[in-house]
Design a protein around this ligand. Sequence first.
Ligand code: CMC
Length: 392
Amino acid sequence: TGHVTLDVGFVNTAACESAITYIDGDAGILRYRGYPIEQLAEKSTFIEVSYLLIYGELPTARQLSEFSGRLRIHTLVHEEMRRFFDGFPRDAHPMAVLSSGVSALSTFYQDSLDPFDDDHVEASTVRLLAKVPTIAAYAYKKSIGMPPMYPDNSLDYVENFLRMTFGMPTTPYEVDPEIARVLDLLFILHADHEQNCSTSTVRMVGSSHANLFASVSAGVNALFGPLHGGANSAVLRMLSGIRADGGDIPAFVRRVKDKADGVRLMGFGHRVYKNYDPRAALVKEAARRVIDRMERPDPLLDLAMQLEEIALADDYFIERRLYPNVDFYTGLIYKAMGFPTPMFTVLFALGRLPGWIAQWREMIADPATKIGRPRQIYTGATSRDYLPVDRR
Ligand code: CMC
């Protein structure tokens, strides 16, 4: 074992080799399997990108239709599982419901005792991709006291999710193709981001040979936090708060810079991107597109744009190289689409799912993989003798 180096937050420590996602944080470059995110955002679809991340290559037409066909026939969740949703309190956070649901999937699909069995891994991959949107939509319906909608397998992936979320059993539901296209784009932008907190969690849990469902549900929980996937909801709460306080942006920025009450500018800063987040530029453009189509544009969009401008001109943010990240504008889009704030992080999870699966599969296929087991620098008491309770 020898010398142990302290690296809090793994700022300089690589935990694996990976061929999936490339990030150059200084140049603002993001590529999946070598393809620039800008090209995938413009030309690809979320299902194609999922295939690319998981299997390493863009699918041929036949591979793509076979893959989406397999996803379509697995969208239903076990009927027994619907009873889970009855047990949660009405105001249960949908991320907590989602992680419980994903965890519960492993109780229904115990088809192999070997979590690394090829057929089992393949089946679990398809089941997760197909069923997580259904579970997410159920979680939402539950939170608004509405009956769940069964999937409609004549629809494509994102359309089906939108219908299960916003459709009603009583009325036919028309999916707006522009909304579906933008949500598909946002899923592409979230699909992988190399060894971020939730992905590292998925790998860490999987490194003990826990199955894919167990590993991914741990990833959902890691994503829950406001410094990670929870940031998209936190941005919206922040913007609404500024507006409610009279819209004084400079006063808010001063509060952040003071650091007195621990307020951060949510949606700003990134561990790896130090110039700009290439996803943020694509999201900002999409936000304009969606919000401009609304009858009454959201005043929070203007507020966000002013806040961005003021922060980018401020020395505090310049010195620390803090720029808008992917989540600065996503919440505004989700809001315009009709999602309530707690659902935003669930949408992040839907997007990140293929990345988690791809990274887990890469990990188990890598002969160099070992159980994740960081070391520590001990700072506690040195050796001392036990005292019976009457002598303490
Ligand atoms: N607002 C104000 N100050 C900040 C912010 C922010 N958003 N982010 C970093 N700083 C300051 C921080 O206080 C520190 O200052 P100092 O050197 O004076 O102590 C300096 O910048 C470096 O920050 P750090 O906390 O060491 O940076 P990190 O790499 O550990 O944190 C981060 C990265 C993303 C957690 C952080 O920037 C943050 O909390 N941002 C807000 C939350 C957010 O938007 N998260 C979403 C990230 S992108 C999508 C995702 O991963 O889910």
